[in-house]
Design a protein around this ligand. Sequence first.
Ligand SMILES: CC(C)(COP(=O)(O)OP(=O)(O)OC[C@H]1O[C@@H](n2cnc3c(N)ncnc32)[C@H](O)[C@@H]1OP(=O)(O)O)[C@@H](O)C(=O)NCCC(=O)NCCS
Length: 133
Amino acid sequence: MKVSVIDTSTVWMRNKLIAAQIECLPSDTPIDPTEHRWWGLYVGTELAGFASLDPETGYLSRAGVLPAFRGRGGQLKLIKAREKAARALSLPLLTSDTYNNPASANNLIACGFRMYQPSFPVDGVCYWRKPLQ
Ligand SMILES: CC(C)(COP(=O)(O)OP(=O)(O)OC[C@H]1O[C@@H](n2cnc3c(N)ncnc32)[C@H](O)[C@@H]1OP(=O)(O)O)[C@@H](O)C(=O)NCCC(=O)NCCS
């Protein structure tokens, strides 16, 4: 599995990202792929997963691995690719949050994230951050 930057300039790619978000996160409203930066997890030419980063704030805004490709370390690769990009942008901090999601939480911990308590936490949400500088 390889991770590469996704060019969201085509309608075809944007629709593919929206469909993948709906498949992986059916309860969430898909993020508009023209917002933020996006990476794809690929097996050959097949999209196996996706992830996004808000380049203004360092927020890991979305990630998913399609069911057929889960359990193979794809999410770790997607976190690492976004961290590399954030460092290249000289962002001071990465943040994320998870809800009822031990797999994601464990992958964030494996990448060096720690939990923190924001000023106005939402019940049940785990908040994560990793200083980059
Ligand atoms: C959470 C998610 C991104 C993890 O992606 P992944 O690339 O499968 O992550 P990993 O390979 O590290 O596997 C995660 C866990 O799922 C387990 N797993 C193995 N095969 C699996 C399968 N076929 N289906 C689901 N989980 C599986 C793994 O064993 C692992 O658990 P472990 O760390 O205790 O061994 C993915 O399950 C997903 O897209 N879920 C729905 C969307 C979502 O939750 N997005 C993240 C929002 S914060």
